[in-house]
Ligand binder design. Sequence first.
Ligand SMILES: [Zn+2]
Length: 328
Amino acid sequence: MKTCTKCGALKPLSEFHKGKGVDNKKARCAVCCRTWNREFAAQHRDETWAKANTPEKLAERKAYAVKYYAANREKIKARVKQYVQENRHKVYLSQQRYRDKNEVDVKAKKKVWYYSRSDVIRTREKVYREATKDLKRLYDTEYRIENEAELKEKARVWRKENKEQTRLAQKAYREANPGTLKARKLKYRLENLEAEKRRNKAYRKANLDKISLANKAWRKANPEKVSAYSQARKAARRGATPAWAKTKKGKAEIREIYQDSRIKSDYSGKQHHVDHVIPLQGKIVTGLHCADNLRISRAYNNMTKGWSFDQEAESERQLIITLAKLVV
Ligand SMILES: [Zn+2]
C-alpha cells in the first residue's frame, strides 16, 4: 500500500505506474497522473502540435507514407476494398455526407477527373460493350418484340416529322447497300412476276397513246441508237456478229461510228447512213457486223449502192481482218 502525494489516498501498489521512486513506482497514483497528463495536453495543445508538425517532419512523414504506399500498394488496396465491401452502407453514407457538404466542389472535380481520364473511360466502356454484345442484342431483340407496335408508331411519327432527314438517310442506305437492295428487289420481282406482268399489261393497255408518243420521241432523239440497235439485231439474227464485236470495246467502236454518222448528218444537213462494206446478205461472202466492216456514207449512196462493188477484194480484206483479230 502507498499514499499518493497528490490526492493523499492510500492505494495498493498496483494502482501506481512504474517510476523512479525507491519502490520503482511513481509518487502519484495512476488516476492523478492521468488527470495531470490531460490537463497538460489541453494547455499545451497548439505548442505540441507545432512541434510535431514542423515542415521538416511533415515532409518526412509524407515521404515515408509515399514510400510505404508504393511498397504496399496491393496490400493497402485489398484492405480498403475489403473495408468498403464489409461496410458498404457506412461508406455510402460517408460519401453522401461529403457530397452534400461539397456539392460544387465535387461536381467540378468529377468533371476534371472525367476529362483527364476520358480515354480510359471510353476504352473501358468499349470493352464492356464488346463483352456484353450478345447479351445486349438479346435484350434489344426482346424489347423490340415486346414493344413492336409502339416502336413502329413512334418511328412512323418521327419520319413524318423529319421528312428531309428520312429521305437523306434512305438515300445513304441505298448507296451504302446497293447489292442488298438490288438483291431484295430482284427477289421481290421474281416472287411477284405474274402480278408485275399483269400490272404492266394493264398499264400499257390503258396508256397506249402515251407510250407510243414517248417511244416516238425517244427514237427521234436517239436515231443513231435506233439504227445501231436495229442493225445489230439484224446481224445477230444472221449470226454475223463476231465475238470481238460483242465485247465492250467492240460495241463501243461500233457505237462511235454510228455517232459519227449522226454528227456528219447534223453538220452537213445531209442525211448520212452507216452501212456494211461487205453486206450482211452477200452473195458470195457474208459480211460481219463489226467496226472494220462499217462505213459512213451519204444516204443517197447507200440506197442506190445495191451489191455492185468488188466483192472479191472486199472478202479478202475481211478475211485478213478476221485473221488479225484471231491472232490478237
Ligand atoms: Zn492520487
